[in-house]
Design a protein around this ligand. Structure first.
Ligand SMILES: Nc1nc2c(c(=O)[nH]1)N[C@H]1C(S)=C(S)[C@@H](COP(=O)(O)O)O[C@H]1N2
Ligand SMILES: [Mo]
Length: 318
């Protein structure tokens, strides 16, 4: 079993930054088997990534699959704010300025307010999390994210008993986002919004990502902060977040608003569901690979998350 939930990681498994920087191996210090990887192969990928190295206090490797190249992860993107082609975000994202930044916290909590990015990030030691990520369109990647659990952030604002869901919103800034300027028809109803049930948001796998491959998030991947929810289709992992609102009723999300017959609120990766989604979800193509792979229930995270949906009909709640 390769996956470890965060609370199971002992202090002895924490990788000091100096060791991380020196070794640059893609091995968990917990010693999980990731035989497919060699330190040498991974060295090359790190070297191709420019920028500051983020300090991480521990790492969690949830798959034995090899990480997708930095180049693929940062040039083949969905980020409609910058356009609908996979190459658009890397090109048109260049003019976006992710700093200064602030995040509004609203709704059913004791500490609403507008928090600066520095304030949001400061209390949280960064971790590296190697997660699978699958787009509903049928491609997948394996990414070494840098971030911290969303639960740690949400707790600080002391959600009340009325908080049953969180609604999360992306920035609206058409001056810097070419895709938001497109009209007649507009690409999507802006701003992009997503939502999670409170227990999903508080799950230890749910991440606030601020970086990937050891460096700050490139604009095309959702700078300066985005969610990563690895057992759900990629569109739930909302980018460039400016608002988090605690709410009592299930939020209407962008993709559900756009095409409710295709996209559901839950959107858990489910290879058995083909009728309610716009194409077969049973297989996927990992970027950089030729052969198709089988898609796993909950994207391979069923042991960790299936219990969240124990008494739910997943055909109805897709
Ligand atoms: N704000 C915003 N977030 C978004 C999207 C988007 O268009 N806008 N696309 C989603 C989709 S469909 C996917 S598959 C992932 C892609 O993340 P990546 O480019 O980092 O691989 O981002 C998700 N988050
Ligand atoms: Mo996606």
């Amino acid at each position: 079993m390769l996956i470890k939930n965060a609370p199971d990681i002992r202090p002895s498994e924490i990788t000091p930054k100096s060791l991380y920087l020196r070794r640059r191996e893609f091995l968990t210090s917990a010693g999980a088997a990731i035989a497919a990887l060699t330190a040498g192969a991974f060295d090359g990928e790190v070297a191709s990534a420019a920028g500051d190295k983020l300090p991480v206090i521990r790492r969690m490797v949830t798959t034995s699959d090899r990480p997708t190249t930095y180049n693929a992860v940062t040039t083949y993107n969905n980020f409609y704010e910058f356009g609908s082609d996979k190459s658009d975000p890397a090109i048109y994202g260049k003019s976006f300025k992710p700093k200064p930044w602030s995040v509004a916290i609203e709704g059913d909590c004791a500490k609403p307010g507008v928090y600066t990015l520095e304030n949001i990030l400061k209390p949280h030691p960064l971790e590296e999390r190697v997660y699978r990520h699958r787009c509903v369109e049928g491609w997948s990647i394996v990414v070494p994210w840098v971030g911290f659990p969303l639960s740690e952030l949400l707790k600080r604002f002391q959600p009340t008993g009325n908080a049953k869901f969180v609604e999360v919103t992306t920035i609206l800034r058409p001056q810097e986002m070419a895709g938001q300027r497109r009209q007649f028809p507009s690409l999507l109803p802006w701003p992009y919004t997503e939502g999670l049930r409170m227990d999903e948001a508080m799950h230890p796998l749910t991440l606030v990502a601020t970086g990937l491959y050891g460096e700050e998030l490139p604009n095309q991947n959702g700078a300066p902060l985005r969610l990563v929810v690895p057992w759900k289709y990629g569109f739930k992992s909302i980018k460039s977040i400016v608002k988090i609102r605690f709410v009592e009723t299930q939020p209407l999300t962008t993709w559900v608003q756009e095409a409710p017959e295709y996209y559901g609120f839950y959107s858990n990766v489910n290879p058995a569901l083909t009728s309610s989604t716009y194409r077969n979800q049973g297989t996927e193509r990992r970027l950089g690979e030729f052969f198709m792979r089988k898609t796993l229930p909950f994207n391979g995270y069923a042991d960790q998350v299936a219990s969240l949906y124990a008494n739910m009909d997943l055909r109805k709640y897709y």
